[in-house]
Design a protein around this ligand. Structure first.
Ligand SMILES: CC(C)(COP(=O)(O)OP(=O)(O)OC[C@H]1O[C@@H](n2cnc3c(N)ncnc32)[C@H](O)[C@@H]1OP(=O)(O)O)[C@@H](O)C(=O)NCCC(=O)NCCS
Length: 165
């Protein structure tokens, strides 16, 4: 994983314009390379908590991994508890890439921050994402929430990872 670069805009558009990717994570498909560039500048611009997932072989960005304030969503976060989010381009699904990237980020958080826990959630009809979290140690809290801001009324299953006791 590495920080996003403005030169990634075309690759980001190629994969983030896929209607099967963004809506599963609560954001609309990108409509133009310019929009992708704007996302790199305004959303993917903090290299301390947001990374491009790149193919080791080619260096091509094929997904995103990050964590940040949970105040913009309906997840039942504890005081100061960050939310985790990620996606991987459809041609690369089910190869263990997201699990590898999430494990790397959790390891990095353990080594470099005082964060005690992370919260995340996945739409109930997106079990692959829940599987990624569970493989990385997240545990379902048993709660579901609805967040129309994510573009759908579908229930979201909530999971939490204890980083440090
Ligand atoms: C969810 C997503 C990030 C997973 O990325 P990935 O690189 O394919 O994940 P991995 O290969 O590391 O792991 C996927 C796991 O889900 C499992 N899985 C896939 N489809 C599944 C399904 N329909 N039901 C249950 N499990 C499923 C895979 O078998 C694998 O588990 P396993 O290793 O035990 O076999 C990817 O599908 C994606 O980007 N989806 C769209 C955006 C998104 O959903 N983001 C997360 C929002 S919460």
């Amino acid at each position: 994983m590495r920080p996003w670069l403005e030169s990634d805009a075309e690759a980001l558009f190629k994969y983030a314009s896929d209607p099967e990717v963004g809506p599963r994570a609560g954001w609309p498909p990108h409509k133009s390379v310019e929009e992708s560039l704007e996302i790199i500048r305004t959303v993917f611009n903090d290299a301390t908590n947001t990374w491009a997932i790149v193919l080791k072989e080619t260096g091509e960005p094929i997904g995103a991994m990050g964590y940040g304030p949970s105040c913009d969503c309906n997840l039942p976060a504890r005081e100061g508890e960050p939310i985790t989010g990620y996606w991987v381009a459809r041609p690369y699904w089910n190869r263990g890439i997201c699990t590898e990237a999430l494990r790397l980020m959790i390891d990095h958080i353990r080594k470099t921050t005082e964060i005690k826990s992370l919260i995340s959630g996945h739409f109930i009809d997106n079990p692959a994402s829940g599987r990624v979290m569970e493989k990385c140690g997240f545990v379902p809290t048993g709660e579901t929430v609805v967040d129309p801001e994510q573009g759908r009324d579908t229930p979201i299953c909530v999971l939490r990872l204890t980083v440090w006791k």
